[in-house]
Design a protein around this ligand. Structure first.
Ligand code: NAY
Length: 294
């Protein structure tokens, strides 16, 4: 499981100037993050705007990321989709491409019982031989993974852990305790990376890593070496930046893409209904970039 331990940026959706998925931009973002020294990538998750893309677009992104960094970075494909059918198509495609692992949110829109969530994940897992990581993100799905269902899922040996984005750090501790060294727990909330690691997370997957990979890698280094004072200081810097990223009028991802544009990496904009940064707030993007660079 070593290859799943460390800093995993959640890959941003990369569009061309007409809003179509861009192979070139996806590959350059993957290469950029590889050169920064991250451990792997989480492809097609929240930050990948998966929920606003059709199956062909999601397959294209999975393919471009693997073309760029397969064999160099650990690749996890997020395959959660509205139907079990689509999720399995994505899962099989990721396996064909040589991905290292799969992950999925629980079913969305209808509020389904845990038995349906169990069946949904199990069908995805059964469709390939890849290790599977549950994606627990109650803020967006409305379902908070119970310890009961987690333990039930762990009975399936292909279930290798959870990407936990719920806010209580206690959840990370409980999930880790349930699976120990046989599983990987990824910290989800970027604002609590250091806390998550101390409570048992083996690393993290996050939506803001891509715009400040150096800071998360540094925080990871300090946690690993026991330099907690320094780790906490970096977490503080990260949190100042996250608060700034979420203070403008566009979606956080559009703010991040504007910053990356200033750094010379054009990933296009965000897909509606996500909104771009506009008006006065566009001028504030430069200040956030400076905060990151300082
Ligand atoms: C993904 O799949 O893209 C992610 O891992 C993103 C998870 C993000 N959580 C939410 C609720 O959006 O990274 C976090 C989040 O952007 C970060 O903590 C800033 O709030």
């Amino acid at each position: 499981l070593e290859k799943f331990k460390g800093v995993f940026p959640a890959l941003y959706a990369c569009y061309d100037d007409t809003g179509e998925i861009s192979r070139e931009r996806t590959m350059s973002l993957c290469n950029y993050l590889y050169e920064k020294g991250v451990k792997g990538l989480y492809v097609g998750g929240s930050s990948g705007e998966c929920i606003y893309q059709n199956l062909e677009e999601r397959k294209a992104t999975l393919k471009y990321a693997s073309e760029a960094v397969k064999g160099k970075l650990t690749l996890i494909a997020h395959v959660g989709a509205p139907s079990t059918r689509e999720s399995k198509i994505l899962a099989r495609y990721a396996a064909e491409l040589g991905y290292d692992g799969l992950s999925a949110i629980p079913p969305i829109y209808f509020k389904l019982p845990e038995s349906s969530i169990y069946n949904y994940w199990t069908e995805i897992i059964d469709s390939t031989d890849l290790p599977f990581f549950i994606y627990n993100i109650p803020q967006t799905t409305g379902y908070s993974l119970s310890l009961d269902l987690f333990k039930k899922m762990l009975a399936n040996k292909k279930v290798k852990g959870v990407k936990n984005s719920s806010m209580p750090v206690l959840d990370i501790e409980r999930f880790k305790r349930a699976g120990g060294d046989d599983i990987i727990v990824f910290n989800g909330p970027d604002e609590q990376y250091v806390a998550g690691r101390l409570m048992g997370a083996d690393g993290g997957i996050g939506g803001t890593y891509g715009v400040m990979p150096e800071l998360f890698l540094k925080a990871e280094e300090f946690v690993t070496s026991g330099g907690f004072k320094n780790a906490r200081a970096i977490q503080g810097d990260i949190n100042d930046i996250i608060i700034a990223l979420t203070s403008l009028n566009g979606s956080m991802y559009s703010v991040i893409k504007e910053i990356l544009k200033l750094k010379g990496m054009n990933l296009g904009s965000v897909r509606a209904p996500l909104e771009g940064v506009s008006g006065e707030d566009l001028n504030k993007v430069k200040d956030i970039k400076e905060l990151i660079d300082s």
